[in-house]
Design a protein around this ligand. Structure first.
Ligand SMILES: Cc1ncc(COP(=O)(O)O)c(C=O)c1O
Length: 301
């Protein structure tokens, strides 16, 4: 592969098969979003948002990129901001891992920590930072800007369908909902018989990239629209224990991913059994292990 610039390297991530004796009739493939330049699925949303705001004429030289995130999106903002010559300010929360904080510091983001949920940081951007210096910041607003799901509609959905024309199910987690809203819309339009499985965190569970909506994670307009349009065939709530167990099984198969991947694997197994699926099932692994290493070491089995 040959690229003229790092900004063109996101997407086209590989799919690798994992063995799962519990579901012998299904072939489970993991889409490794950790292969994106910042090691997560959020490169797609971040680039999509920056491009769309630039096209709207809102991105001016000397502006600072601003958004709230529990980690991976913040890393993408810091990285692509630096690459494109924009400083970044990210409002993170208590879910930020040590490794993600190190990444943010390495790429020179200003880090502000507010609360436990991304929506609290989003409000802080909107109600505190922006009014103070309205001309300084370009607020990406991943929780409300429809360029977020559009990025997945235009890239991730088509990539999966191109590699798996007969895919039976696609499984992914709901953070902002951009991934599953965009991918879900794409499949509903292009292959409506696919089962779309959305993964949440069970109450009391903190999993990166996987909202615990009963606990206070925010249901974004994209998630709400997907629910209203019956986009998801099955919604699974995973516990941290399930996610850890699955992540450790995947580790034995050479997959170095965050706990979100364990969560989607657990949901894929439950959904495959529930629908008696046979054939290709694709699970969307949101990130690599590197930015989760301290946590993975804590739960290592
Ligand atoms: C590891 C990981 N996987 C999946 C997601 C879900 O992405 P989305 O915000 O598009 O729902 C995220 C989002 O934070 C993430 O960090």
């Amino acid at each position: 592969m040959k690229y003229e610039a790092v900004t063109t390297m996101s997407g086209q991530t590989p799919h690798v098969r994992v063995q799962c004796p519990e579901t012998p009739a299904a072939r489970i493939y993991v889409k490794l979003e950790g292969c994106n330049p910042t090691g997560s699925i959020k490169d797609r949303a971040c680039l999509g948002l920056i491009r769309s705001l630039r096209e709207e004429g809102k991105l001016k030289q000397s502006m600072t990129l601003l958004d709230a995130s529990s980690g991976n999106f913040a890393c993408a903002v810091a990285f692509y901001g630096r690459l494109m010559g924009f400083p970044s300010t990210v409002v993170v929360n208590s879910k930020l891992t040590v490794d993600k904080r190190n990444f943010l510091e390495y790429f020179g983001a200003e880090i502000i920590q507010v609360g436990d949920f991304t929506i609290e940081g989003n409000k802080y951007c909107r109600e505190v930072l922006l009014p103070q210096q309205p001309d300084k910041y370009l607020f990406l607003d991943q929780l409300h800007n429809w360029a977020n799901p559009r990025a997945y509609y235009e890239s991730l959905g088509p990539e999966i369908l191109a590699d798996f024309p007969d895919v039976k199910a696609v499984v992914g987690s709901l953070g902002s909902g951009g991934t599953m809203a965009g991918t879900g819309k794409y499949f509903r339009e292009h292959k409506p018989d696919v089962k779309l499985i959305a993964v949440q965190a069970a109450p009391g569970t903190k999993l990166p990239g996987t909202g615990a909506f009963e606990d206070g994670d925010y249901i974004t307009p994209f998630i709400q629209q997907s629910i209203d349009n019956n986009v998801f065939d099955y919604v699974v709530k995973v516990t941290e224990r399930d996610a850890i167990q699955r992540a450790m099984q995947l580790k034995d198969q050479g997959l170095f991913c965050g706990l979100q991947t364990g969560g989607v694997m657990q949901a894929a197994v439950l959904a495959t059994k529930h629908f008696h699926l046979e054939g290709d099932v694709v699970i969307i692994s949101g990130d690599t292990g590197w930015k989760n290493l301290a946590k993975l070491l804590q739960v290592n089995q």
